[in-house]
Every structure is written in structure tokens, then in C-alpha cells.
Design a protein around this ligand. Structure first.
Ligand SMILES: NC(=O)C1=CN([C@@H]2O[C@H](COP(=O)(O)OP(=O)(O)OC[C@H]3O[C@@H](n4cnc5c(N)ncnc54)[C@H](O)[C@@H]3O)[C@@H](O)[C@H]2O)C=CC1
Ligand SMILES: O=C(O)[C@@H]1CCC=N1
Length: 276
């Protein structure tokens, strides 16, 4: 473990917790190699330090300047202020990984010493259980080794893909926000079961296993989703009755529009934060 990099998280919110939980439970790092800091809610940092055994640094500036990897996990609106506060302690030779929606690598690079490697990443909260879908793109000073290190970091909490920076907003709308769409679907399925007399517990159990089973079928059979859907749908049967209702309510259109809108919002967040 001695050759494992030290990591400093700036921002102690839900994304940091998902990353911490994934990294530590998979033995990819240890608490004493991780420092975390927050702007205000210091009780939150203390709680994470207790729960995950990570370090609450006495001297935060030193923690930033000594870390091998610095993770920026703050909201887009706070990035300019955070880089103003912490940027001067970051130097070339360290790797900066930003998980901030909408914020370009050049925005960050422009606020750091020239030559600092910046990698933009978009993971999702399923990293908590090792199943994040993370997209990465390198900034202008990040080389192959920097990208490989970032891929190694995120592969400890799920799969990684490398994309062009111009595709990062699409990724954010699709897989960054994606878990929320699935949870929304699950809420609706559970409610549906309850409206027809199932207990909430039974409805949840059946819904969850249906979700897991469908995901595994897609992964393990390699069949097209449309083909798997056809196999469930007997002519004149129950599934067709359900699917026809979904089509009438333009279910697929609604989902496509949702992802596109989230992508647009990612771009807007980038533009409005860049204006600060
Ligand atoms: N929650 C999610 O599912 C995902 C979030 N992201 C991105 O991760 C970033 C963080 O998101 P969350 O963890 O959900 O936000 P959050 O609001 O839960 O946490 C952000 C934390 O940053 C802290 N902070 C703000 N300014 C700071 C500063 N100057 N110094 C130190 N700490 C500071 C805040 O006190 C707050 O606790 C966002 O940019 C978001 O776009 C990316 C992928 C998924
Ligand atoms: O909602 C958000 O802005 C963040 C980015 C991706 C997921 N959550």
C-alpha cells in the first residue's frame, strides 16, 4: 500500500462519500492516505472521518500541497471561489481530478500553475457499491500516465471510459444523472404495486429483483434490449397492454428529453460558473 497515492478531497458531499466508500471498501486506498475538507459544515467532515477512518487535516493547506491526487468535488457555482482559495497550494507534479458537472478542464487549468495535469471525470453515485459508470477526459497538460492513474482510481469503483471533452455534458446527462432516473422509475413501479393492493415491502422486493434481473440479462446475454423486450411480450398479453400505455404516454420520448435537458443544464452550469 506504500506506493498507493495520497488523495485529498476538496468538498465533503455525497459524491465524495460515494468515492470514499467505494475506494475503501475495495481496498484501493486506506484512510490514512486520504484527507478531506469542506467549506462550512465541519461536523460533516468529522462524521466522514469517523465513519471511514480518513484524515481530517489539522493544516488544510499542507494537505492540499502534499497530496498526489486532488479531487475537486464541489458544486459548479463554488468552483471559482474554491480554486481561488486552494489553487495556490496546487503545483505541477500533482494530479487534479474534477468531478464537477459542466466545468471544463481549461477553466480549472487557467486558475492553476501552468503545467498542472487536470482530468475531468463524471462518475455516478453507484460507485458506493463499486458500480459507477465513469467517463474521463484529459486536460491539455494531462498525459497518458495521468489519464491511466485517473482510470485506475475510478476503476476501483466501477467501469471507466475515455471520451472527448465535448462529450462530457452528454455523459453527465446520461450516466452522471442516470441513477436518479432509475430510482424514479423504481418509485413509480413500487407505487403501482401498492395501488393494486400489494404491501410496500412486497412491491419493493419484486421491483428490485426485476430491475436486477433485467440488468443482468442485458449484461450476460448480450441481446438487444428491444429483443429482450419482445421475449417478454406475448401477443395480446399483459406486457403488450402495459407497453402500449407507455408508448401512448410517450415514455421513451420523455426519457430522451430528460437526458437532453440534463445535458443542456450541464452546459449552462459550465457557462454560468465561468462567468463568475
Ligand atoms: N451527486 C452526484 O450524483 C454526482 C455529483 N457530481 C458532481 O460532484 C460535485 C459535488 O456534488 P455533491 O457531492 O452532490 O455536492 P454536495 O453539495 O453534496 O457537496 C459539495 C461540498 O463542497 C463543499 N465546498 C464548497 N466550496 C468549498 C471550498 N471552497 N472548499 C472546500 N469545500 C467546499 C460544500 O461545503 C459541500 O459540502 C458537483 O460538482 C456535482 O456536479 C458528479 C457526478 C455525480
Ligand atoms: O445533479 C447534478 O448536477 C449532479 C451531476 C450529475 C449528477 N448529479
Amino acid at each position: 500500500m506504500a506506493d498507493q497515492p495520497t488523495t485529498c478531497f476538496i468538498g465533503a458531499g455525497s459524491m465524495t462519500e460515494a468515492l470514499l466508500s467505494g475506494l475503501l471498501s475495495r481496498g484501493m486506498s486506506t484512510g490514512e492516505r486520504i484527507t478531506i475538507m469542506n467549506r462550512r459544515n465541519h461536523e460533516r467532515v468529522r462524521q466522514l472521518a469517523r465513519q471511514y477512518g480518513v484524515i481530517l487535516p489539522a493544516d488544510r493547506k499542507t494537505a492540499v500541497s502534499r497530496a498526489d491526487i486532488i479531487i475537486l468535488a464541489i458544486k459548479p457555482k463554488d468552483v471559482a471561489e474554491a480554486l481561488e482559495q486552494w489553487g495556490r497550494y496546487i503545483h505541477p507534479g500533482q494530479r487534479v481530478i474534477s468531478v464537477i458537472a459542466g466545468i471544463s478542464t481549461s477553466f480549472i487549468e487557467d486558475r492553476l500553475t501552468t503545467g498542472t495535469a487536470v482530468i475531468r471525470a463524471m462518475p455516478n453515485t453507484s460507485g458506493t457499491v463499486g458500480l459507477s459508470a465513469t467517463a474521463l477526459c484529459p486536460g491539455r497538460h494531462a498525459g497518458e500516465a495521468d489519464l491511466e492513474e485517473a482510470a485506475r482510481f475510478f476503476s476501483s469503483i466501477g467501469i471507466t471510459v475515455v471520451v472527448k471533452e465535448e462529450d462530457m455534458d452528454a455523459v453527465t446527462g446520461l450516466s452522471g444523472s442516470g441513477p436518479a432516473y432509475i430510482y424514479y422509475l423504481v418509485e413509480a413501479l413500487e407505487k403501482a404495486g401498492v395501488t393494486m393492493g400489494l404491501t410496500p415491502a412486497v412491491s419493493r422486493r419484486l421491483t428490485l429483483q426485476t430491475l436486477l434481473g433485467a440488468a443482468k440479462m442485458l449484461q450476460e446475454t448480450g441481446e438487444e434490449p428491444a429483443e429482450l423486450r419482445r421475449k417478454v411480450s406475448s401477443p395480446g398479453g399483459t406486457t403488450m397492454a402495459g407497453l402500449e400505455t407507455l408508448a401512448r404516454h410517450r415514455f421513451q420520448d420523455a426519457l430522451i428529453l430528460a437526458v437532453q435537458q440534463a445535458c443542456r443544464r450541464s452546459r449552462e452550469l459550465g457557462r454560468s460558473s465561468a462567468g463568475k
